[in-house]
Design a protein around this ligand. Structure first.
Ligand SMILES: [Zn+2]
Length: 118
């Protein structure tokens, strides 16, 4: 039984017994239980996000000015170092060949670009 449900049942008992002071105190507990439940959900979500971030960070390695990621024996990337370092957003950079025949990786989110080392 959740704290909220327990407080709800206790509030009913206090109300039926005609103890208004106890009833109002239990209602406050009930309200606080709801706040804690909501806070708990937010904290759980933050923990999941931190776990995800740590998992990504552990799989990243840097080559040139871009991150790459190895997962299940496959190499993914290049990913923008600016976007990850600033916002923890894993943004894949697009590789194109410029007029001088050099491969350039470019992030379409922050416009960072640099030589692509493959
Ligand atoms: Zn970027």
């Amino acid at each position: 039984m959740s704290l909220y449900s327990f407080a709800k049942d206790a509030a009913k008992v206090a109300k039926d017994a005609g103890n208004i002071e106890l009833y109002s105190q239990i209602l406050e507990i009930q309200e606080r239980a709801l706040e804690l439940q909501s806070e708990n959900e937010i904290l759980k979500k933050e923990i999941e996000e931190l776990k995800d971030k740590a998992q990504i960070e552990n799989s990243l390695y840097i080559k040139g000015h871009f991150y790459y990621r190895e997962m299940h024996g496959e190499i993914y990337g290049p990913y923008c170092t600016v976007c990850w370092d600033n916002n923890n957003k894993l943004i894949r950079a697009h590789v194109r060949t410029n007029l001088h025949g050099r491969n350039i990786a470019h992030c379409h989110v922050c416009n960072f670009s640099s030589t692509y080392l493959g």
